[in-house]
Design a protein around this ligand. Sequence first.
Ligand SMILES: [Zn+2]
Length: 297
Amino acid sequence: MRKLYCTLTALLLSLLLSGCGAPSVPQPETLTVACTTCPVYLLAQAVSEGVDTVEPVLVVDQQLSCLHDYTLTMGDMKTIEGSSLLAINGAGMEEFLEDVLERRTYLDCSQGLDLLWNEEEEENDPHFWLDPSCAAQMAENLARGLGEADPDHADTFTANAEAVSLRLNDLQQELKEALSALPCRQLITFHDGFSYFARAFDLEIAASVEEEEGSEASARRITELVALIDQYHIPAVFTETNGPDSTAKALAQERDIRVGTLNMGMSSDSLPEGLTGLEAYEWVIRSDVNAILEAYA
Ligand SMILES: [Zn+2]
């Protein structure tokens, strides 16, 4: 059935192209890599740099802070069906893709990672891309998967992944240093997506506001959060790009503290225009560290 669908799609495409009067010059075969998340997409761009026959495409690109409760759209399905390779974040981030993952092979970027366990959810924490050293491992996984799909360019993918790893190691050291004099190392974030980020930069998550996906905190929870703010002298609470902010604002008003915004880097609209690949990934991590430095200054 899928074969038939692909054949029909190809037929339709060729009809469309010939209709536009495009010349039928034979092109080298393109390896389309469907990347489920924006970080996977940016790292796939970095790893395939210089190889024109590899084309990473982003599957989920909506204005959201994270992918919990996401529902697959027809457009997402088309992107996936039209790809030669499917690259996922893994560790449970792609719950919305379960059916697809059961029936097709895919490249899992979480391979070999030292995953954190989320006690409350009783599952692995999938937000590892916010730790630069984990992103380096993701790049290595991508290089290996791309190399299997396109052995002619395997050496380039490996060299690119190694360059990514070096850059990210430098980035982590630089930002760790920038954060070293922080007066408070406790963070209150909106959703519990920053444990790896905290691990990478010697910070601690005092609490996350959200009790259920997308929900704001209850009155009882607000009392608990205010107590934490007092206990650790926390100078700011954080919302997320594309996330709700009413609880954070209420907390900030209650204790006259600041509201900062963290970015999960999960949507292209949360990135500066024109920035791609490793530069875009680095920008996300840098902007999060800067948000903390500014809010805690
Ligand atoms: Zn999340």
